[in-house]
Design a protein around this ligand. Structure first.
Ligand code: RNT
Ligand code: ZN
Length: 423
């Protein structure tokens, strides 16, 4: 970007600042608040959820990635190089979310054997990059998933294997927290369920509670790590019954003082997930979000600026729930450059937050309380065409990341020099 271009960004920002000021919105404060939102970038977008433990095993248990764009990361160094590249094009604070399958081990290990020592590679990297690490135990794509069951399996041997994977994931998350001085959110998602109508819907849930409770037996300081539980309406292959449904995990998180994970793709398409934030947080401790984009089903498309995303960011901002919400991304697309996918999804999420922050929230709440629904509708509609893009450009410039589509040239250069040279 040339000096003239930079001046143009500042000029446009100055104009935008004045427009928002007329409505009583402080653009500087909005940018400061945006800075406070730490985005947890999901490492699995970089390699189509293969990981390094059993990379040859196909993704299973309701998870699918489509596409075969060249340049997929195949080694730990590929993946950290790609993450570094992506993070340099995204403004603001970032975390990276890992999975057990991303361990870097010195010998062949099974999932239940993988512990903190196998994540030293990532901790060293995170210190260098100045990012925090979040965690996910891996409960899928493995021969010990028996008839679609893990922690809720009727077989004790199966449950015990996965309980150990869960316990190890907590030790790993605790290690992240203590080494990096930042709470590591440890997310639990399991695929357990039935393809066809079950007779007994209660026993699997009771077994899941028992397994989850025994995973929680060991105590770790909450400043290091906290668990989050992610439910789902259904998955392919388990259309009729999901053990870990939303109600199940909301209740589990509530009674254990943990976080509830809301993945934007895990609900019925007509449900408004943003409506659940205030319903849960009126009682619960906190939320973990998996920002994603379902297209007709839980397809995990790259996040774009659509109605669903805008509703998510608006609800969190308007109800002042940001400090109890961890924002993570969860999508995987292998039909486009995988780094571009990260950049598009992350920048778009930030833009949606910024747009939500550029709202005279207190003024509108006041109007609402006075039953002035005319003003509420008029102002929120006008705001949709206010120049928030000029504020985002300024924010990018101040954060030393490319403005507008400039980042695409950088990804093109990296693709040619790095990704396309991989075999
Ligand atoms: C699966 C869940 C889960 C996974 C990741 C890879 O339906 O959304 O979060 O996408 O753990
Ligand atoms: Zn998810």
């Amino acid at each position: 970007m040339t000096m003239t271009d930079e001046r143009q960004v500042h000029t446009a920002y100055e104009e935008a600042r004045k427009r928002y000021e007329e409505l009583g919105v402080d653009t500087e404060e909005a940018m400061r608040k945006l800075d406070g939102i730490r985005l947890s970038m999901h490492c699995w977008q970089g390699d189509d959820v293969h990981g390094f433990i059993n990379p040859e095993v196909d993704l299973a248990d309701g998870l699918t990635v489509s596409g075969n764009y060249p340049g997929r990361a195949r080694t730990p160094d590929d993946l950290t190089d790609d993450l570094h590249e992506a993070m340099g094009l995204i403004p603001g604070k970032k975390n990276v979310a890992l999975h057990t399958i991303y361990a870097v081990t010195d010998r062949k290990k099974d999932l239940d054997e993988i512990g903190p020592e196998d994540f030293k590679y990532w901790v060293d990297w995170a210190k260098k990059e100045n990012v925090g690490l979040d965690m996910n135990g891996t409960f899928f794509s493995h021969p010990m998933v028996k008839n679609n069951f893990t922690l809720a399996s009727p077989e004790k041997e199966v449950r015990d294997f996965w309980i150990e994977v869960g316990r190890q994931s907590r030790r790993i998350a605790n290690y992240f927290g203590s080494e990096l001085g930042q709470q590591s959110v440890n997310n639990f998602w399991i695929p357990d369920g039935y393809k066809d109508n079950p007779i007994d819907k209660l026993s699997p849930r009771q077994r899941l509670i028992e397994s989850l409770d025994s995973i929680l037996e060991e105590e770790f300081p909450e400043s290091n790590t906290i668990e989050a539980y992610e439910g789902k309406l259904f998955g392919t292959g388990i259309e009729s019954y999901t053990v870990g449904s939303h109600e199940f995990y909301a209740n589990y998180a509530l009674t254990r003082g943990k976080l509830w994970t809301i993945d934007a793709g895990h609900f019925h398409p007509t449900e408004d997930v943003s409506d659940k934030f205030s319903a849960f947080l009126a009682f619960g401790k906190g939320l973990q979000l998996h920002v994603s984009r379902p297209v007709r089903w839980d397809s995990d498309h790259v996040v774009i600026m659509d109605d669903a995303l805008e509703r998510i960011t608006r609800s969190l901002v308007r109800d002042n729930l940001l400090d109890r919400t961890n924002v993570g991304l969860d999508f995987f697309d292998a039909t486009i450059n995988r780094i571009a996918a990260w950049v598009i999804g992350a920048r778009t999420t930030q833009k949606a937050f910024l747009q939500a922050l550029l709202t005279p929230v207190e003024d509108l709440k006041h109007a609402e309380e006075k039953y002035d629904f005319t003003k509420r509708l008029a102002v929120t509609e006008e705001l949709k065409s206010y120049p928030f893009g000029a504020v985002f450009d300024e924010y990018c410039l101040r954060n030393n990341v490319p403005v507008g589509t400039d980042w695409l040239n950088e990804v093109g250069r990296y693709e040619k020099n790095v990704q396309l040279k991989r075999n």
